[in-house]
Design a protein. Structure first.
Length: 337
């Protein structure tokens, strides 16, 4: 259960003189800064708000981590020093009659939240410093270049035709390896190739009227290719289901034969080929669904988001990058600094 603040100070602390309650100047400034609830937000995703054992209060954890890195202490040294120091106890919001968190508790909290929480804390700190005008932020201009991927110029029709062809080839690999041999797999490569080639033929028209008709025909043909790709992906999913059943049966049979002291190397190699083909087809179906969705989006008059757009079947991380060059206004690859 997520806790942001700890227990109230004990009654004994209320009768102590103010000289003992006063923090050093540095710790007092840090204490006031860490009172902002924005510093608790990065830890919220890692805890349930209502269920479970109460966590270490985040206000205590943050202050303990500040002392750890400020004075370069280990977890055990930190807990020992905080236990022996009245000032550090006050700073960490630990009552005099309360117990300091165990070193392993702090280690587990740090491992659980990880680097993402640190990034969130840094962003909250920068936002607070900018708001208080302690820090002036400016725009940084970085010189970047494009590392091109080994891909041909990606078009919606070309990607769809390649996806349909590769689904057919990978399906044959699965059946050749002994998976889903009785499942009917229709090869739609020829139909997809005809439609993809017809697009190039229609775009050769030079007249204005003919070009308008050609563009309408291209949109219609691209929609037909998207339909073919969706059908091929659906057939591939059915093939995958049956192939996985066959792979499980083959592995169970191999386990039983191994228990009897028998070993069949050829069958093991077939299982390996089948497992690799299944993995390839799963990735291919996911890519086909994504390409089909972005094609539908283009046909509806919308531009897909370049940060997530798929431009290659074999390089899922390649992206369209517009650098403004005259010869290559848009390049396809990876951006580096």
């Amino acid at each position: 259960m997520f806790r942001t603040v700890g227990d109230q100070p004990s009654l004994f602390e209320s009768v102590l003189p103010q000289e003992l309650l006063r923090l050093p100047a540095e710790l007092e400034r840090v204490d006031g800064l860490l009172d902002d609830p924005a510093f608790f937000a990065p830890f919220v995703p890692y805890f349930d708000p209502r269920i479970g054992r109460p966590s270490t209060p985040m206000e205590t954890y943050l202050r303990l981590m500040f002392l750890k890195f400020r004075y370069r202490l280990g977890y055990e040294s930190l807990c020992r020093e905080v236990s022996d120091s009245f000032t550090w106890r006050r700073f960490c919001r630990i009552p005099l009659d309360g117990s300091v968190p165990h070193p392993t508790t702090l280690m587990k909290l740090t491992t659980r939240c990880g680097a993402a929480a640190v990034v969130g804390l840094n962003e909250a700190l920068l936002a607070k410093a900018t708001e208080a005008k302690v820090l002036r932020t400016t725009t940084l201009r970085a010189d970047t270049t494009v590392v091109p991927s080994n891909v041909s110029y990606p078009t919606d029709s070309g990607l769809l035709a390649k996806a349909i062809r590769r689904i057919a080839v990978t399906g044959k690999r699965i059946q050749a390896a002994g998976g889903a041999t009785r499942t009917t797999v229709r090869d739609r490569s020829r139909a997809a190739g005809k439609r993809a080639h017809s697009i190039g033929f229609k775009l050769r028209s030079r007249s204005a009227a003919g070009r308008d008709e050609a563009l309408a025909a291209v949109r219609r043909t691209t929609g037909e290719l998207a339909d073919l790709a969706e059908t091929a992906a659906t057939d591939a999913e059915r093939l995958l289901t049956n192939a996985k059943h066959a792979l499980r049966r083959a592995r169970a049979k191999a386990t039983a034969r191994k228990a009897q002291g028998e070993h069949d190397g050829a069958a093991g190699r077939r299982r390996g080929r089948l497992a690799r083909a299944i993995d390839d087809l799963e990735d291919l179906v996911t890519a086909t669904r994504q390409i089909t969705a972005q094609t539908r989006q283009r046909l509806a008059g919308q531009t897909p988001d370049g940060a997530t757009r798929r431009v290659s079947l074999h390089d899922p991380d390649a992206r369209p990058i517009a650098k403004g060059r005259l010869g290559k206004p848009v390049e396809f690859g990876h951006k580096t600094q």
